[in-house]
Design a protein around this ligand. Sequence first.
Ligand code: ZN
Length: 208
Amino acid sequence: MGEGCGGTGSGHLDVMKVFKDTGALLQGHFLLTSGKHSAQYMQCAQVLQYPWLAAVLGKALADKFTGLEVETVIGPAMGGVLVAHEVGRSLGVKAFFAERQAGKMTLRRGFKLKPGEKVLVVEDVITTGGSVKEVLAMLQTVGAEPVGVGVLVDRSGGQVDFDGLPLRSLLAMEIEVFAPEECPLCAQGIPWVKPGSRGAGPAERGTG
Ligand code: ZN
């Protein structure tokens, strides 16, 4: 166990606390890449940088698919790489990732699926689920059989459907976003921060 971020133990797993404690879920005033503002920001990489926590989360996610036959776990790069690895470790099956090549989700590096292979697709966080859908489309082209979708954080608000496949998450939460002109935090005069650029120059911070 590392300092500060260990001690999740084997009992009840408070996923929200793990995300907050590791800085994966930030509270504040954020300018998102979409141009919208929010009071919360999720960066799963912050929790997955602690391998022992990645393992705990991977096992918790794998446990949600108990009884489902899974031969292979696949995640879309980058977000799904470590999640697939840890879920695969827990299930005792192989795990690898799909990645975009010329904009198309594909298997590279000699990763192969056979027709009918039962695949669990995992991702760190979904909002529209676009990357997961691309992986599912790729599975269809090779004739593999998706059996479920597992995500650490489901931000879709129940608005996404993966062809009726079971979707299970460790944490379901919606992060409200605002147009700058309607942002209540801007209205309070709170300066925004561009996530991931802490310590960056003044251009990365602002108001409005
Ligand atoms: Zn704002």
